[in-house]
Design a protein around this ligand. Structure first.
Ligand SMILES: [Cu+2]
Length: 145
């Protein structure tokens, strides 16, 4: 249902763009990051997490294989798995966003894990690289817990 609405809105924007004489291309922003936040560092800590909604507006799946940011030593893709009563974090080799779909990185689910963070100010630019070598530059907002 959500997928249908998203497509409907995109179609509407496209139609409006065409009516006002502008071009309409689905390739304009093939990969979109929204609600992108990084939790501020706790005192004495250099590890934190980042959440976002990652949207793929293309007809092919996008597989993100790495993420980097200035002043961050390492960024890993993580997920949570339940083992009996325990919930553990597991590293994922990549993040796959299906064609014309979104994935949500959230508490207790998939997330970005940031290690060796020197400092966080208001924003953090994170660059994702896909399996096909495309680089996507995104901006995350720093939030308090
Ligand atoms: Cu984690």
């Amino acid at each position: 249902m959500k997928k249908f609405i998203n497509r409907g809105f995109r179609g509407l924007f496209c139609l409006l763009a065409l009516l006002s004489g502008q071009s309409c291309s689905n390739d304009a922003s093939p990969f979109e990051v929204s609600s992108a936040t990084v939790r501020t560092l706790l005192p004495g800590r250099t590890t934190t997490v980042a959440f976002a909604t990652l949207s793929n507006h293309t007809d092919k799946s996008i597989t993100l294989v790495s993420a980097v940011a200035d002043k961050v030593r390492k960024i890993e893709f993580h997920t949570h798995i339940r083992e009996g009563d325990l919930v553990k974090m597991r590293r994922l080799p990549n993040l796959l966003i299906p064609a014309n779909d979104s994935i949500v990185l959230a508490t207790g689910a998939k997330h970005l894990m940031l290690f060796g963070v020197d400092e966080l100010t208001e924003q953090l630019d994170i660059q994702f690289t896909s399996e096909s070598g495309k680089v996507y530059s995104t901006t995350f907002t720093i939030i308090e817990l």
